[in-house]
Design a binder for this molecule. Sequence first.
Ligand code: IPE
Ligand code: IPE
Ligand code: MG
Length: 248
Amino acid sequence: MTEVLLEEIRENGDIPVHIAVIMDGNGRWAKQRGKPRILGHREGMKSVREVIEASGDAGVKCLTLYAFSSENWNRPRAEVMALMKLLERYTESEKDELRSQGVRVRAIGRIDELETSARRAIRSIEEYTREGNRMDLFLAINYGGRQEIVDAVRALSEDVAGGKVVSGSIDEALFGGYLYTAGAPDPDLLIRTSGEMRISNFLLFQLAYTEIYVTDVFWPDFRREHLFRAILDYQKRDRRFGKVSSGK
Ligand code: IPE
Ligand code: IPE
Ligand code: MG
């Protein structure tokens, strides 16, 4: 069944180059089962694994997963700590598989603000997978879209002050080069699970013309098939970029 969907995606041909995902609904998934929220996060790791593999199979070149937002620090301390531990465990248990799949991992966000062990785990998986050339995996950790823009402005203004950049030459492309995602194309498709119709401070600059797909499925239930259905939906969209219809 799922492979039929993949066939259809390939026949349509217009594969999104970059997919970004707001992995939401872990807590509600657990609550539904009368279990602690952290169990939902743990279960969500299976979805992460499956979506990375399925993205590669579909020919997606870049996948960005929103794992922990700048605002998620405001959750109970025990949950935050459990999420950080899960992140460390994930990088350790998945690094071989990711490397063998040709996935290159890069973290985006204020990584320097994380505790030493989490920071080390991230730097180590980035290093370990650096040769991967089948797909780029951006993990958004301690990430905020506004914070990213502020960090870019800071770095850019230093370069202006240092004479490296003339302010008159600043345009969208140059500015984009100062974002955490420098060098990556803007997302073609944004998927948000668990039904919430908001961006939650994710990739504010990069999502300007991204197609948005919201599903009610909670992240721990999100599987290969759901990803393929999202891509098929994307392939039916008429992306106008402000122009008139391409007649699709
Ligand atoms: C997403 O699931 C995971 C993170 C934000 C880290 P949530 O934990 O937000 O789950 P809900 O939205 O409370 O159901
Ligand atoms: C967004 O989900 C952040 C991540 C998925 C990591 P949240 O659950 O934090 O977003 P809100 O609070 O519902 O907007
Ligand atoms: Mg949530």
